[in-house]
Design a protein around this ligand. Sequence first.
Ligand SMILES: Nc1ncnc2c1ncn2[C@@H]1O[C@H](COP(=O)(O)OP(=O)(O)OP(=O)(O)O)[C@@H](O)[C@H]1O
Ligand SMILES: [Mg+2]
Length: 243
Amino acid sequence: MSAEQPIPLLQVRNLSVSYLSNGTEKLVLKKVDLEIGTGETVGVIGESGCGKTTMALALLRLLPPNASVLEGQITFGTQDLLGLDRDQLNQVRGRKIGFVFQEPLSALNPLMRIETQVCEGMRYHLHLSKNAARVRAITLLERVGITDGSKCLEAYPHQLSGGMRQRVLIATALSCEPRLLICDEPSSSLDRPTQLKLMETMAQLKESSSLSILLISHDLDLISGIADRTLLIEAGVCRVWVG
Ligand SMILES: Nc1ncnc2c1ncn2[C@@H]1O[C@H](COP(=O)(O)OP(=O)(O)OP(=O)(O)O)[C@@H](O)[C@H]1O
Ligand SMILES: [Mg+2]
């Protein structure tokens, strides 16, 4: 990289991850490289089981205990993510990096109203009062296409449609103004028209801020409209940039 080029927001080098199950170690990510610039939307596609979620979890240091990072570097801004302690990680997760995982229903606590869940990060990281967090939550919900924010905040997860739940999760992920948003199959459980509407919202988010987005999907058609570049992963190996 030449001296004039800015440092990428996220830089992954040579990342290899394995899982140990039933006494057997399985290499799942093999020397993966990835870079995301500020304001850039990078897509990652690949068949089921190729390692997309494993990569997302590794970036957030949320891999399960039976996983091992065998080699590699993950740099976020100037921070070495693999070297951070628990407190430092808490300042990155949800604050500097927002994330939305594959299963919208299991990502929301069924026993808690949406308000508590959307506001939690803002109360913890930004130290906002209950009222200030609520006001900001309504603005965030509007940003992701939920116009009746007050009603939505009162609801429990099961009272919302799948598309609404996914929008709530995106709003929550954005609540502390992260620099990077990682979305793992944000629309895989939705019907096609709802998927397309959600992608429109993602495109608007991208246009309206300097947010960087890592958008994981198995559906190139769906994300090719908004990703600036898309990486194809096959069996844990980065193959080519497509689209
Ligand atoms: N906790 C785990 N323990 C053991 N193996 C795992 C674990 N999680 C994932 N794997 C295996 O690692 C490989 C990659 O899984 P991963 O979930 O990263 O794939 P994916 O590309 O996200 O798939 P999908 O498109 O279905 O979400 C698969 O073979 C999977 O079975
Ligand atoms: Mg996955």
